[in-house]
Design a protein around this ligand. Structure first.
Ligand SMILES: [Zn+2]
Length: 292
């Protein structure tokens, strides 16, 4: 099956030009990110379901794969480790993944959690524990580059497989304390479904309308909507906008049995509402603000 992203993803320079980040479309909507230290040439892959596309990208760039960073241990995030192991290429790599799930990270050389530091070549990053999608889930912060796995998506957030909602709410709110210019390198191209839901619950948000127009145009030609900025998320992602009166009103109308007496409760109900998938029928393309 063809990947949702069919156009090349332009590389991003981040962390004051010390990292160059390349997006690698894998499977149908997964994105592996390959971060190359511009000083040492060391290349580290963050998450992914399989190894060959990552190795092909390294070969094309003339970069040497030196490590793997895993945000969590779902198969489409540690599959790259398994693939490298099958090819005899995992030994010798530095593999950092969630300490809480150490047994499930193939080739793990170092379990990491809150407050730890990790390296991509000469560039040091921070590890944040961002649970809610899966216990032990970590995010990696390298200057203005955020690798957030399945915690934050463009316009959305991950499923609450392990939960509870309070943990995911806290994780997302904490990510929003990063500078607004920070780029979020999410692990899936899910943006259109996320923004369709966002419009379902906040149809009076002008920033969201502008984002929908832009991202629909990008996707119409097979482009990638990632990475976006955290400022965009603050302005249009319903899962971090629990103070929006419109969202509270819309969620209350759809799920009248839920008490919406705190930000955490609004987040939990908003996530539950998206899980019903009723936005898919309720907001057809014709109902989106696609014409400026
Ligand atoms: Zn996951």
């Amino acid at each position: 099956m063809q990947h949702a992203v069919t156009q090349p993803i332009p590389p991003f320079k981040t962390a004051d030009g010390r990292l160059e980040i390349h997006g690698i479309p894998v499977w149908v909507d997964n994105l592996s990110w390959l971060a190359v230290c511009t000083r040492t040439g060391a290349a580290v892959v963050i998450d992914g379901p399989e190894a060959p596309p990552v190795l092909a990208k390294c070969a094309a760039l003339g970069a040497e794969l030196t490590g793997v960073l895993n945000t969590h241990v779902h198969g489409d995030h540690v599959g790259v480790n398994q693939g490298l192991a099958k090819l005899g290429l995992l030994g010798g790599l530095t593999v950092c993944g969630p300490a809480k799930q150490a047994a499930k990270v193939p080739g793990l050389t170092r379990g990491v959690g809150e407050g730890d530091r990790v390296q991509i070549g000469a560039v040091e990053g921070q590890v944040w524990l961002t649970e809610g999608h899966q216990d032990g889930h970590v995010s990696f912060v390298f200057g203005d580059a955020l690798f957030c796995g399945d915690t934050l998506f463009a316009g959305g957030c991950g499923y609450l497989f392990d939960g509870p909602p309070a943990k995911m709410h806290a994780s997302l709110q904490r990510l929003m304390t990063l500078d607004g210019a920070t780029r979020a390198f999410c692990a899936h191209e899910y943006t259109q479904d996320n923004l369709r839901f966002a419009w379902f619950v906040e149809p009076d948000n002008a920033a969201l309308a502008a984002r929908i127009r832009r991202d629909w145009a990008t996707r119409a030609t097979g482009g990638c909507t990632l990475p976006g900025t955290l400022a965009e998320e603050r302005a249009s992602n319903p899962f971090v906008r629990v103070d929006s009166a419109t969202i509270r009103r819309r969620v209350a109308a759809e799920l009248p049995e839920r008490a919406l007496d705190s930000g955490e409760a609004v987040f939990a109900a908003t996530r539950a509402l998206k899980d019903t998938k009723r936005h898919k029928d309720a907001v057809p393309d014709a109902a989106l603000p696609l014409l400026g």
